[in-house]
Design a protein around this ligand. Structure first.
Ligand SMILES: NC(=O)c1ccc[n+]([C@@H]2O[C@H](COP(=O)([O-])OP(=O)(O)OC[C@H]3O[C@@H](n4cnc5c(N)ncnc54)[C@H](O)[C@@H]3O)[C@@H](O)[C@H]2O)c1
Ligand SMILES: [Fe+2]
Length: 423
């Protein structure tokens, strides 16, 4: 059985953020990141609309990029003290992801972070609050996904938490929020979105529903990302919707080795922290070459090159080469480095690609019964869905990232020095 899960409502277009005035409830907490949303007046807009709708509103601001477990726990405590029935997260992937994880610990104060790192094993949410996400970057699509990326800085591990319970109830895709994105952020988040499409399309969990989103997303992103990069509003609008399509694709179709590596290296380099989208952009071409060893992935990449992007080539191999070259030329056009320039970082990026020719081991999910001990778990229902994706990336303690199921190989890297949280 397959599963395709999205937010119940998705509002898009300029001014869509004002839709929050139609939410129903008594108390709302707004979670946001740095200053960009306040500077643009968007935070104030959302606060006012909620207050006009009769909500008592409190703000939790200042979520850092690549949010830490500590920030999540602080936000959850804030919510426990206030008792909101709506959580409204506004900003880039970082504050929205942090708010999703806060939601879990708000509803289950006795829950432990270690208990939710196993993909698709969250407790049932929505006993206390519903969730609305308003994205301000055009890349992560966290406003529609079942993912939340939280960093354990103590151990240097970025955890891609995954469960359909944290798919937002309401997603707002308002391009006006993205007009202030600096070029670099536009480039990095845009290449993140392209990676989402390509990884979801070759994923072993792909379906007709995710393919449709992934393929149209690839077409839109390759056409409009360079336009969006110039600051053009039409380009930004296309990109904001295209990255959301990418999210619909990968939230149910899942991701691949590029993200597995990006999550690992994103948390690992103390002095040369690699921004998520930039890491993806750098690894994508190599991963396509690697994944192409699998016949199905080979065929799918060639289809993208020929039928979606109309790239040159008469054989599948030539088409795949053209696809890799297309990604490299986009990186050049967007001024994204092909590899890390940080000489102080260890290990160097090229070592990440010295992977075994075949998967060396296969990760086995722990039995669900052995990992639950919180008192909340004994008194409340758990996620009862029998859906278990056939492939997903998993970061596990001990500094290893594992990727399950071919065509994706398992990446097995040494523990790297942790990076300090920048709170
Ligand atoms: N949940 C998911 O499905 C998913 C998918 C991919 C990546 N991620 C995670 O999301 C995080 C990255 O998120 P991101 O790339 O959106 O960046 P971000 O949220 O970390 O923001 C980066 C910076 O851009 C600023 N910013 C945000 N929007 C802006 C705007 N419109 N104008 C000007 N400045 C703005 C922020 O204040 C911050 O300083 C990473 O931790 C990544 O691992 C999550
Ligand atoms: Fe991503």
């Amino acid at each position: 059985m397959g599963r395709f899960t999205n937010p119940r409502d998705l509002y898009f277009g300029e001014g869509a953020r004002h839709e929050v005035k139609n939410l129903k409830g008594e108390k709302a907490v707004i979670v946001s990141g740095g200053h960009s949303m306040r500077r643009g007046g968007f935070l104030q807009d959302v606060q006012k609309d909620l207050e006009d709708a009769g909500f008592e509103v409190k703000l939790f601001e200042g979520v850092e990029s690549d949010p830490s477990i500590e920030t999540v726990m602080k936000g959850a405590k804030f919510m426990q003290d206030f008792g909101p029935d709506w959580i409204v997260a506004i900003g880039g992937g970082s504050p929205i992801d942090a708010a999703k994880a806060m939601w879990v610990f708000y509803e289950y104060p006795d829950e432990k972070f270690d208990n939710i790192i196993q993909p698709f094993s969250f407790p049932e949410l929505r006993h206390k609050a519903h969730f609305c996400a308003i994205s301000s970057t055009s890349g992560t699509a966290t406003e529609v996904t079942a993912f939340s990326v939280i960093t354990d800085y103590e151990h240097g591990i970025k955890y891609p938490l995954a469960d359909f319970n944290i798919t937002p109830d309401v997603a707002i895709v308002d391009p006006e929020l993205t007009y202030s994105m600096p070029q670099k952020l536009c480039a990095h988040t845009g290449m993140d979105a392209l990676t989402h499409c390509l990884e979801a399309y070759v994923s072993t969990a792909a379906s007709m529903f995710t393919d449709a989103d992934a393929l149209h997303g690839i077409r839109e992103i390759t056409q409009w990302l360079p336009v969006s990069y110039t600051g053009d509003h039409e380009g930004r609008k296309h990109m904001h919707e295209a990255q959301c399509l990418a999210g619909l694709a990968f939230s149910s179709g899942l991701l691949g080795i590029v993200h597995s590596m990006a999550h690992k290296t994103g948390a690992a380099f103390e002095n040369g922290h690699i921004i998520h989208g930039a890491a993806n952009a750098m690894y994508l071409g190599k991963a396509i070459q690697w994944n192409s060893k699998d016949p199905r992935a080979h065929e799918r990449y060639a289809y993208v090159a020929k039928e979606i992007l109309h790239l040159p080539g008469t054989t599948d191999d030539q088409l795949i080469d053209s696809l890799v070259e297309k990604i490299r030329s986009m990186n050049d056009e967007l001024h994204i480095l092909r590899r890390s320039s940080s000489r102080s970082s260890r290990p160097s990026l090229p070592t990440l690609f010295r992977m075994p020719a075949r998967p060396r081991t296969r990760a086995r999910p722990r039995p669900r019964t052995s990992r639950r001990s919180s008192s909340a778990a004994t008194t409340t229902s758990r996620s009862t869905s029998s859906f278990r994706p056939s492939s997903t990336s998993v970061a596990v303690r001990g500094g290893r990232s594992l990727w399950l199921r071919p065509p994706f190989c398992i990446l097995d890297m040494p523990t790297l020095p942790p990076r300090k949280p920048h709170t």
